[in-house]
Design a protein around this ligand. Structure first.
Ligand code: SF4
Length: 230
């Protein structure tokens, strides 16, 4: 399997653990605020083969606690369970980042005990989902199934929404709150404008707006928090 990026150490990506982050290219969404769009549209060249990655990891046993598997959308790779199994066999905990569109893969990983933490995007309220992910139409059933799987509380997880000024409004956080009511963790992340994203006109909401939205979300998910506000 081709690896499209490797951050050799992070204190931020895996809550509470020292980890590395491995990036797998390809995604079925087209979010216009995506910070990793070169992984989505296929323009990024692979940086290494998986054997080289395992070799890197073998030298980090006892140094790193975990591995974050991100993308792109890792669940598009049929080889993902085997890839993660090799990581787990070296003793690392594994966090999966997913857009939530592939519940069968998430279930397979959960049932096999291959993942320890999942971070799933909730892009927006149901009515705005297709628009927010850059698609004309979108069937929400897979997203609903992944939400339900995580709400079973079999492992640690978080839902997270990247909040974009032009995409989100108060009503959306009522809708999202009802949707994921009772979730363990929910983070609202302030969008960070970058000139590498597909739509450079998108803006970050103000701190005040973020605080307003998180207060709405807390009506349904009391643990809701803001992450990364400037
Ligand atoms: S789901 Fe994630 S990786 Fe895919 S386009 Fe959206 S932000 Fe980018």
């Amino acid at each position: 399997m081709k690896i499209h990026g490797l951050q050799k150490m992070t204190l931020l990506d895996y809550p509470g653990l020292v980890a590395c982050t491995v990036f797998l290219g390809g995604c079925d969404f087209r979010c216009q605020f995506c910070h990793n769009y070169e992984l989505v549209d296929g323009s990024a060249e692979p940086v290494m083969e998986e054997e080289e990655f395992y070799s890197f990891l073998s030298k980090r046993v006892g140094v790193l606690d975990g591995v974050c598997v991100t993308g792109g959308e890792p669940c598009l790779r049929p080889e993902l369970p085997e890839f993660i199994r090799r990581i787990k066999d070296m003793g690392f905990k594994v966090k999966l980042d997913t857009n939530g569109g592939h519940p069968d893969m998430v279930k397979e990983l959960l049932d096999a005990g291959l993942i320890d933490y999942v971070a799933m995007d909730i892009k927006n309220s149901p009515d705005k989902y297709a628009m927010t992910i850059g698609c004309e139409f979108f069937n929400l059933n897979p997203i609903n199934r992944t939400v339900s799987l995580l709400l079973e509380n079999r492992i640690d997880y978080e839902f997270r929404t990247t909040v974009v000024e032009q995409y989100h409004a108060e009503t959306d956080f009522h809708e999202i709150g009802k949707w994921i009511s009772g979730a363990k963790n929910y983070f609202l992340q302030q969008y960070v404008p970058r000139d590498t994203v597909p739509d450079c006109t998108l803006e970050a909401p103000s701190r005040e707006t973020m605080e307003n939205y998180v207060n709405i979300a807390r009506e349904y998910v009391p643990t809701a928090k803001i992450r990364g506000v400037e």
